[in-house]
Design a protein. Structure first.
Length: 197
């Protein structure tokens, strides 16, 4: 399969590239580095990326910039980081990518446990996650040509220990769990699902 991994140089993306490139053709997408530098907050950049990649079988997104910080720093400008990044960035990967993906292909977006288990400093991410999950459920009943879409929703991941203090009492999602959550979406048959550990 020809699989696009967006956010390929981040913690999750790097792990997925390492395990999937042994089996499939992987196109690495990141804001800096990767095969095609792409800014997911700009529709022109996304369109240019898909034109360079050409037809593909699956897209995995592990990208989702949001504002992380105290409530009193949230305002229209800071909140838009998550709206334009994790929310619209990922939604536009699907809205534009549907014109390039092969029939029976799949999109897998990233959300997170913050949708239902909010933590201090992460209101922006909670809101963006909820919007993306709503979009996934709605898109699943309208995408054509057998195209599937799901979201993967981990809690804090084990390879990001610097985030552990923000998630008291949460058992980290292992990298193996994360890998198989994405495998379920890409290689299985489900659509419109939010896949959790």
């Amino acid at each position: 399969m020809k699989i696009i991994i967006v956010g390929a140089t981040g913690t999750m993306g790097t792990h997925l590239v390492n395990v999937l490139e042994k089996e499939h053709e992987i196109i690495k997408i990141a804001s800096n580095g990767g095969d095609i530098p792409t800014d997911i907050t700009a529709t022109e950049s996304i369109e240019n990326m898909f034109k360079q990649v050409g037809p593909f079988d699956a897209l995995i997104s592990t990208a989702g910039p949001t504002f992380v910080g105290p409530w009193n720093k949230l305002n229209d400008a800071t909140f838009r980081k998550g709206v334009e990044g994790k929310m619209m960035g990922q939604i536009n990967l699907v809205l534009i990518g549907q014109h390039y993906i092969n029939p029976k292909g799949s999109f897998t977006l990233i959300t997170g446990a913050l949708t239902h288990e909010p933590q201090v400093n992460f209101a922006n991410a909670s809101a963006a996650n909820g919007a993306v999950e709503g979009f996934v459920r709605a898109a699943a009943i309208e995408l054509e040509n057998g195209i599937r879409i799901n979201a993967v929703s981990p809690t804090v991941i084990e390879d990001s220990p610097h985030y552990f203090p923000y998630f008291p009492g949460e058992i980290p999602t292992t990298m193996r769990q994360l890998e198989f959550m994405f495998r379920k979406s890409v290689f299985g048959k489900v659509t419109g699902h939010v896949i959790t550990p």
